[in-house]
Design a protein around this ligand. Structure first.
Ligand code: AMO
Length: 429
């Protein structure tokens, strides 16, 4: 029996195996807020209606004590659609020691030091459940679109997203190798076999950023498809974001309510096309809004905020200057100084949630780019091989899971969206 199914047991006996989340007691009646992982329920213990032992157990329960509670399911007297438990028996599994996380406000460092306990708090519980729904929505979207799941390696000898953010590890007699920054290069190889594929796994970037949107270990979904070009690549991304949002609105009502998430902006964008601005158009818009960003510079948080501030929909910024983008992006035939890439900026301050591009598919051009970036030739030979044996136009993108979950939840900082965050100054617990 799980609390999430309690409405099916109205009028019947029910058993909760879980923990005490909160308690109010007046001396003759106690209200226990119980949680079992699947949900929360109020259990009412009436002193005159239960045995002495059960009342004594109710009285000694402390926050987070573990227990098994039996009782009859009844409708909440005031709240429509809410059920509660009229308790007949309480068995205590363990009386918890004084719990460090109480109802009073705690600072972020204290909560992060106690992340192993903080995860039990209602909002944190809700965020992890939204994360689970976002993950399963991504799998479903891609399976519906005939992409298959491909597992790319974590240990890799090459750099996908620039050598400056690599985490190095000593690999036996092979010398230094790295933790993956993105599975993209390997996924490109796999889709020349399976046509359309996606991976999903932890990625690592030794970024010295202390923003609300940077982790050093985060989960990324990379997708890749053969015979897909730049515009279709953005269509696939837009479809995926709308699919995720729709799924969250369908499946996460309780969680979004706990998180006090205003759902209107999410609902609104479902029926609207996303805005697509070229990098040049974005520059013009930024200048007209007072930004002093120069052509050829990356967008900062403030710029992303300006570009989306009055937008009801996420904004694609596409066709960026080649000079600030990685070696694998295909040049735009209409202007070889630009590449056929896109960043998708979410609304409500979500920031960049996707980076994607059409990939360079010409052997000689790609080889020259790899050499120009000073990357170690031999490590990329297999990647170049893909352009030797049946090269095709192909495109893909990477979605940051934590930024997406953060946006869905309206979370202030993406450190709350991953169970155990790894930040530049935090690797514990
Ligand atoms: P990119 O570098 O844009 O693209 O990364 C893709 C997405 O990953 C998320 N992200 C992060 N999330 C949390 N902390 C970080 N430090 C961090 N860095 C990136 C963002 C970002 O949009 N290989 C390409 C994708 C591709 O073209 O297929 C890539 O890695 O949400």
């Amino acid at each position: 029996m799980l609390i999430k199914d309690i409405s099916k047991y109205a009028g019947q006996e029910f058993e909760v195996k879980g923990w005490l989340y909160n308690k109010r007691s007046s001396g003759s009646i106690a209200f226990l807020e119980l949680r079992d992982g699947s949900g929360f329920v109020q259990a009412v213990v009436v002193k005159a209606g239960v045995g002495e032992e059960t009342w004594a157990n109710a009285e000694k329960l402390t926050q987070e004590s573990s227990l098994i509670v039996k009782g009859k399911v009844s409708k909440h007297p005031k709240q429509e659609g809410v059920f509660e438990l009229q308790v007949s028996d309480i068995q205590v599994a363990q009386i918890a020691e004084e719990y460090p996380i109480t109802k009073k406000e705690h600072g972020p460092d204290f909560l992060l030091d106690n992340r192993h306990l903080w995860l039990r708090s209602k909002k944190q519980w809700a965020i992890q459940r939204v994360r689970d729904i976002v993950i399963s929505a991504i799998y479903d979207y891609f399976h519906e679109k005939s992409f298959i799941k491909i597992d790319t390696p974590i240990i890799t000898p090459n750099a996908c997203e620039g050598a400056t953010t690599l985490f190095g590890i000593q690999y036996f007699d092979e010398g230094e190798v790295f933790l993956s920054q993105s599975g993209q290069l390997y996924l490109e190889a796999a889709v020349m076999s399976v046509g359309r594929g996606f991976d999903f796994g932890p990625t690592f970037r030794a970024e010295k950023s202390k923003t609300k949107r940077h982790l050093t270990e985060f989960w990324m979904m990379d997708a890749e498809a053969a015979f897909v070009e730049h515009n279709e690549n953005m269509d696939i991304q837009e479809g995926m974001i709308k699919f995720i949002i729709k799924r969250c609105l369908e499946k996460c009502q309780e969680e979004l309510t706990i998180l006090e998430r205003n759902q209107e902006p999410l609902k609104k964008l479902l029926n609207l096309p996303f805005v697509r601005l070229t990098y040049s158009e974005a520059m013009e818009k930024l200048h007209s809004l007072g930004s002093d960003i120069k052509f050829g510079e990356d967008l900062g948080n403030d710029d992303e905020g300006l570009l989306t501030q009055n937008s009801d929909v996420p904004v694609f910024i596409h066709k960026w200057p080649k000079s600030i983008k990685p070696f694998y992006m295909k040049r735009d035939s209409a202007n070889p100084d630009l590449v056929l890439n896109d960043d998708l900026i979410g609304i409500e301050g979500a920031g960049e949630i996707i980076g994607g591009s059409q990939r360079e598919d010409d052997y000689e051009v790609l080889k020259a780019e790899i050499e120009k970036e000073g990357l170690k030739g031999p490590e990329y030979q297999w990647y170049l091989d893909l352009r030797k044996y049946g090269s095709v136009p192909h495109s893909g993108f990477g979605l940051g899971l934590e930024r997406t979950v953060g946006w869905m939840c309206g979370a202030q900082h993406i450190r709350e969206t991953i169970p155990f965050p790894r930040l530049i100054n935090r690797v514990r617990p």
